[in-house]
Write a protein that binds this ligand. Structure first.
Ligand SMILES: Cc1cc2nc3c(=O)[nH]c(=O)nc-3n(C[C@H](O)[C@H](O)[C@H](O)COP(=O)(O)OP(=O)(O)OC[C@H]3O[C@@H](n4cnc5c(N)ncnc54)[C@H](O)[C@@H]3O)c2cc1C
Length: 410
């Protein structure tokens, strides 16, 4: 049996980058992937457009492991090196709002095709439809698994685990690497869905499903503010979605078993409560003959104002001139603090990323080698690091993949 210098399990962005980096160091590398193609999840990123990094990468956009650990790894192959690298492969990039970087083609396939070509050029042995079932260390790493053509065995001096977390497992990340790591003695920080929508106890969002507003979101646990975000909020048949909501999911998963979790939406954040009350008072005075739902349709979508009025037991068709001060103040109160109770996060299948994973305290930040098992390296989402939406997770995969590939080559 041929012995490879490095075996890498999982051809997602972290595994591909590790393989390319190690092959450039002259190492004999095998990259094993259970899907039919490499980079299956990359194709789904950024709604098929692949938001591959962000101009404003900052450690504050990451969660899980301690910031020093994250910083050290990001700096090994930062966003400038990533953009330079992809441009050198012929993938021309463009910047969109909030520093998000995409391929100019708006197609994630441009990224995967360029990486695929690079792997071939560097003569990495890429085995697709190769599902690894067991890993075992004696003098070297021994891997066994199944291909459609039958069982296989592989021997390698070093092993890099880039099997991802558990999020969107339909793309291959079913948690195998987490299971093996735990069996090898690593601590696994409770994996839970992050960047995923939230289900609410209240059923009224279903009545306005599809409606999108821009606002600020505060997450509270037993009344205490835990986190805040700003941006698009989408009402759905199960509750809430959109970037400003999904950003809150990692905290919900951690706190929900023991605490009452509420989301407080400020639907008109640009006005203070007092300013908004004054504005609405004027609108109602000027439009006294109009039904209140129509009078307020200029400042908030009519479907939402109708729902708010019904929840407050105010007839949406009541004439504006007949709205009492108490009723007006209660409408303003809800617009500034629309409160919903969270029942659960949507499942891993709908999550973009996994919070939790292999405990970073047991991984050397300089090399990404296990502090417990020599010749074992980690990269990507398998590690207890998750980023915000906006290109931060792929940047983590490129940076950590690069560092693991380089370290395993030494
Ligand atoms: C819908 C969606 C949209 C996203 N959009 C963005 C975005 O625009 N920007 C961004 O930064 N991030 C985005 N993300 C997050 C980002 O895609 C992930 O964080 C990133 O792909 C993680 O990379 P990884 O290499 O660690 O793991 P993965 O990409 O999950 O790859 C792991 C690979 O390992 C393989 N594997 C697992 N077990 C085995 C086994 N036993 N044998 C062989 N192979 C195995 C899997 O098949 C898989 O291909 C998105 C995620 C999703 C789901």
């Amino acid at each position: 049996m041929k012995t490879f210098d490095i075996a890498i399990i999982g051809a997602g962005p972290a595994g591909i980058m590790a393989a390319i980096t190690a092959a450039k160091q002259g190492r004999q590398v095998i990259l094993l992937e259970k899907n039919e193609i490499i980079g299956r999840k990359i194709l789904a990123t950024g709604n098929g457009r692949c938001n591959l990094t962000n101009k404003n990468i900052d450690v504050s956009n990451y969660h899980g492991a301690n910031p020093e650990f994250i910083k050290q790894i990001l700096s090994a192959f930062d966003q400038y090196k990533v953009t330079e690298y992809f441009e050198s492969l012929g993938v021309i990039l463009k910047e969109e709002n909030n520093g998000r970087i995409f391929p100019r083609t708006n197609q994630a396939s441009s990224v995967v095709e360029a990486l695929d070509y690079e792997l071939k050029k560097l003569k990495v042995s890429v085995e697709t439809k190769a599902s690894v079932k067991n890993i075992h260390y004696e003098k070297n790493w021994l891997l066994s698994g199944q291909k459609t053509t039958g069982d296989f065995k592989i021997e390698a001096k070093n092993l890099i685990l880039t099997t991802g977390g558990k999020a969107s497992f339909q793309f291959g990340s079913s948690g195998d690497g987490l299971y093996w790591s735990e069996k090898l003695g690593h601590t696994i920080i409770f994996p839970h869905p992050a960047l995923t929508p939230l289900e609410t106890v209240e059923s009224w969002p279903k009545n306005i499903q599809g409606l999108r507003i821009e606002g600020t979101v505060k997450l509270t646990a037993d009344g205490k503010i835990i986190s805040q975000s700003q941006g698009d909020i989408l009402f759905t048949h199960f509750g809430l979605s959109g970037p400003a909501i999904m950003k809150q999911a990692r905290n919900v998963g951690l706190l929900l078993p023991t605490k009452k979790i509420e989301v407080h939406i400020d639907a008109i954040p640009e006005e203070t409560k007092k300013e908004l009350d004054k504005k609405i008072e004027t609108i109602l005075n000027v439009n006294g003959a109009k039904e209140i739902k129509n009078a307020l349709a200029g400042i908030i979508p009519v479907e939402l104002i109708k729902t708010i009025l019904i929840n407050l037991a105010i007839d949406p068709e009541k004439k504006s001139s007949r709205i009492s001060k108490l009723e007006r103040v209660s409408v303003v109160g809800v617009l500034k603090n629309l409160t919903l109770t969270i029942s659960k996060t949507r499942p891993f299948k709908e999550a973009q990323v996994t919070a939790g994973g292999v405990d970073a305290k047991e991984i050397d930040a300089k090399t990404l080698e296990s502090k417990k098992i020599p010749h074992l390296f980690f990269a990507g989402e398998i590690i207890d690091v998750d980023g915000d939406s906006g290109g931060f997770n792929l940047q983590w995969a490129w940076s950590s993949g690069y560092l693991a590939g380089l370290s395993a080559s030494k």
